[in-house]
Design a protein around this ligand. Structure first.
Ligand SMILES: *Cc1c(COP(=O)(O)O)cnc(C)c1O
Length: 225
């Protein structure tokens, strides 16, 4: 069943890329396996999916050892500072840095783990929707601090738009994040190439608006309990 779902998702990604004149390889997929078990992960891994996303450290700590080796795990949810060490150990990418203090904790955790951790800043573009995320006005100071954090690779930005029944309603939030990103890029000198936008119901719009990462759960794994 998941094979059909992944085939359909791949076809829809390709169509959205064609419509927006983008290379299909410029859009990377994170399969969001939160609240799904290792069997579901294994089935999708057999279809060639290699990158999985989890939103809770505790769940990931239990699940990852039971999943096939060779997969790459991304943290996509809110992280408490006291979990930074676990995150640096278990994950190879963080989409959801939402405070300066978390950023600093991840930097020292990455140093202790002996790795450079790619991270994205989560931005609450509209002030509605997600209760997490930096406000756009907080971002410049955070980027300034990033200049001195040597164990993180600040690669871009992420947002979760307010839930709306019509996927089109997400478009202005995605477009606004990209505009803000362009300004922060010029100001900070960080390339900030990565835009993590788009979930099951709005990923095609996200691709049209420049997504480099899409985070898909329900459409691949079915509804969560
Ligand atoms: C759960 C979750 C997703 C996936 O959502 P779906 O609507 O199931 O595709 C994506 N991003 C984040 C941050 C999530 O928490």
């Amino acid at each position: 069943m998941s094979e059909t779902a992944i085939d359909e998702v791949r076809a829809r990604i390709a169509e959205a890329c064609a419509r927006s004149d983008r290379d299909v390889d410029s859009v990377k997929l994170v399969a969001v396996s939160k609240r799904k078990g290792p069997d579901a992960v294994r089935a999708l891994a057999e279809s060639g999916v290699e990158i999985f996303g989890e939103s809770r450290v505790q769940e990931a700590t239990q699940k990852i050892p039971l999943c096939p080796t060779g997969l790459t795990w991304h943290m996509i949810g809110h992280v408490q500072r006291n979990k930074a060490r676990d995150v640096a150990r278990l994950f190879s990418y963080v989409h959801s840095v939402d405070s300066l203090r978390l950023l600093e904790a991840l930097d020292s955790a990455a140093a202790d783990a002996g790795k450079t951790l790619p991270v994205l800043l989560e931005v609450n573009v509209s002030g509605e929707g997600s209760k997490f995320g930096l406000t756009p006005t907080e971002v410049p100071a955070v980027l300034e601090r990033c200049q001195t954090l040597m164990n993180l690779d600040v690669s871009g930005v992420m947002t979760i738009p307010p839930f709306a029944p019509e996927a089109e309603e997400a478009r202005p939030h995605f477009a606004r994040l990209r505009e803000l990103r362009d300004g922060w890029r010029d100001e900070s000198g960080f390339p900030l190439d990565e835009l993590s936008i788009g979930m099951s119901h709005d990923f095609e719009i996200a691709i049209e608006e420049g997504a480099t990462w899409i985070r898909l759960g329900t459409i691949l794994f079915g509804e969560r309990e």
